[in-house]
Design a protein around this ligand. Sequence first.
Ligand SMILES: Cc1cc2nc3c(=O)[nH]c(=O)nc-3n(C[C@H](O)[C@H](O)[C@H](O)COP(=O)(O)OP(=O)(O)OC[C@H]3O[C@@H](n4cnc5c(N)ncnc54)[C@H](O)[C@@H]3O)c2cc1C
Length: 434
Amino acid sequence: MKIVGGKWSNWSGGVTSKPKQFVAPKDEVELAAAIRSTTDTVRAPGSGHSFTPVCACNGMIVDLAAFTGLKSVDKEKMTATFGAATPLWAIGPALLKEGLGLINMGDIDRQTLGGVVGTGTHGTGYKLGSFSAAVAGFKLVTANGDLLNCTPDENADVFAAGRCSIGTLGVMTEITIHIRPAYKLVEKNFLLPPDELFANLDSLVKGNRHFEFFWFPYADVAICKSLNETDEPAPQPRSAEAMHVRGEKGSSQEKTFAAINAVLPFAPFLLKQTHALFSQLMPGAPKVRWSSEILPSPRTVRFNEMEYAVPYAKGPDAIREVVAKIRKDRINTGFPIEYRSVAADDVWISPFQGRESATIAVHQYRTVDTQPYFDACEAIFKRYEGRPHWGKRHSRTSRDLPAVYPEFGRFQELRRRLDPEGKFLNEHLRAIFE
Ligand SMILES: Cc1cc2nc3c(=O)[nH]c(=O)nc-3n(C[C@H](O)[C@H](O)[C@H](O)COP(=O)(O)OP(=O)(O)OC[C@H]3O[C@@H](n4cnc5c(N)ncnc54)[C@H](O)[C@@H]3O)c2cc1C
């Protein structure tokens, strides 16, 4: 957790908080006592990688550093239980030692398990669900200090809702997650002109275990990336410590990317050239690695992001409309748009609830005002029945969210039952849930 001078801040620096108190309980008994002891707002951040103010708090911020590490593995049920605050960079190596791996991961491994489950964080893969969908059970300390064990058979409604609940039902202390035998992936990158990409998109998505593309909106090609299982040899797996260090180290390419992004807002005439250049530079040579080392990449250039999940079949039209809008309005951004696919799930307010989805993410350098770009995109996403990523910028509230989340009312009822005083709600979450 990043605390400087009594202030908590998120990864992008866009959200800061000066809470009345920080507490660092060492076990569930101390955690329950801390939650019971206050009438102020309580938030329990993971590693602060959300762009929305989900962790903002002027009351009590709970540091969950004591709730980490691998607790147990069940090789028959293919599940593993971790302390909820375990960072993803430690999970890959811990599972690999047991000959096991996570089913999927997103772009980075800096987040905690509680954080990725809390917001429905996802990677890409037509048949692969989000982290929330992979949860088999969890332990939750609620607003009144009760410790609930939540599985499909015990506290089943809290299990169904709590797998993606933005920390509004309580604090998870342990999470059990579905896993699989360890596996290696071969990554291939290639460029495609948009017409060819969209003509073949469905088969690219369905024909690869993982497929995504990045499109610098002023470029005439998109950078495509596929990952598939392989038995080819891979370098020796890294230790958890080495994975931790790897994710914090910026490459020279990233440093150039940051420098150009700092200049671009003042040099819009360079947009087309830089987008063409970035597209040519980005694709790397094919490589084989263990899944936990190749699915996430280091991301050291700080930015803010908005992402929406739209129905899978509507994804291509939605992204083409976004790119057309950027070009028409000459919107200035130095980042590509990221396009991925995610399987449907049954988690009440997961962005993927009941529908297979395409996700479309737009980014803006950390010092650049996101409003003109993100507002324009959000208007388009809304027309495509888009559901916001809970950890990424959006402006949605309880007024319009029930229209896109069929189980929203049910979630609100359960949340009120578990936390009638709204102890786990800050201003941002109150606008969403009240
Ligand atoms: C560089 C970068 C890359 C990203 N890539 C992806 C990606 O590929 N795919 C994607 O979907 N998202 C991505 N994200 C978004 C990110 O995965 C989510 O915002 C995620 O929630 C961050 O995890 P965290 O541990 O930092 O949690 P935080 O942001 O600190 O917290 C997120 C939420 O989880 C809750 N929470 C955390 N721990 C617990 C707990 N133990 N019990 C109850 N609630 C808890 C918090 O209260 C909060 O509401 C990315 C973000 C960044 C900055």
